[in-house]
Design a protein around this ligand. Structure first.
Ligand code: NAD
Length: 258
């Protein structure tokens, strides 16, 4: 799908990888972008920086059905359609199975992560797909593209990432049934599993942890540049034959247990 003039919904687009992608899609590819994020201050700042003519921010909780429906309505009212949906919003909250003194971790702690990282993706993907299905097919075949952002933690997560890993692996499971079902209406569904990129989410981690993680990056031996992530999103949108696939964008890094 050509990106020029298309409408792209980016959840979590007020920060980190989502924000870098919003910037890239508007400034380098000529798209219009709608940012769905909880953080109003950061969202409004992003619109100012990227340019209000091509960017919309809607305060949204991806885990809430009404909130996402209102956000989708705001996008169609402003831009008239939705062509691409990039699901970046996520919680990285650590969670172990057994807490202090061997006590079982409360279910609510696990469920808080999956509510945003799994239910939130389904919620936004399904409501965007409903709109995409109304588009005129491009080149007679494509009405929309969904990109769900997973993580290297879906494959080799560390101790303390049981909820995050489960949530990110769930997105890989969604890839095939979603691509098969939505393929009937001309929508492709792919995922990206990033390695370590220098974003605010990573900056919240302890310095020692970041240093240890950096040591596990193979080649090139550095954190990912957020533009490299945005470029990967653009490639997925532009390549019409890529479907139900996960791209590991991680410089061949494989996390160790701790
Ligand atoms: N940064 C990395 O190195 C890395 C590595 C692997 C995977 N990822 C994945 O990439 C994605 C983006 O990561 P990032 O580092 O840019 O994160 P970030 O913390 O910089 O941004 C996440 C954004 O999501 C928003 N958000 C959180 N909960 C929300 C909700 N319920 N509704 C709407 N918005 C909500 C936050 O307000 C924030 O703006 C995430 O899915 C993350 O799991 C990141």
């Amino acid at each position: 799908m050509r990106i020029q003039d298309k409408v792209i919904v980016i959840t979590g687009g007020a920060s980190g990888l989502g924000l870098a992608t919003a910037r890239y899609m508007v400034q380098e590819k000529g798209a219009r972008v709608a940012i769905f994020d909880m953080n109003t201050e950061a969202g409004e700042k992003a619109v100012k920086e990227i340019g209000a003519e091509h960017t919309l921010f809607v305060q949204t909780d991806v885990s809430n059905e009404e909130s996402v429906q209102n956000a989708v309505n705001a996008v169609t009212a402003r831009f008239g359609a939705i062509h691409v949906c990039i699901n970046c919003a996520a919680l990285p909250t650590p969670c172990k199975i057994l807490g202090k003194e061997g006590k079982a971790t409360p279910l609510a702690k696990f469920a808080q992560v999956t509510a945003v990282n799994v239910n939130g993706v389904f919620n936004v993907m399904s409501k965007c797909a409903e709109q995409m299905a109304k588009n005129e097919p491009e080149a007679g075949e494509e009405r929309g593209v969904v990109i769900n952002i997973s993580s290297g933690a879906a494959y080799e997560a560390q101790i303390g990432q049981v909820a995050y890993a489960a949530s990110k692996a769930a997105l890989l499971g969604m890839n095939m049934p979603a691509a098969r079902e939505l393929g009937d209406v001309g929508i492709r569904v792919n995922a990206i599993a990033p390695g370590l990129f220098l974003t605010p989410m990573v900056q919240t981690l302890d310095e020692k942890i970041v240093a240890a993680l950096k040591g596990q990056i193979e080649a090139p031996k550095r954190l990912g540049d957020m533009r490299e992530f945005a470029h990967c999103c653009a490639f997925i949108v532009e390549n019409a034959y890529l479907n139900a696939e996960t791209i590991r964008l991680d410089a061949a890094s494989r996390l160790r247990a701790r």
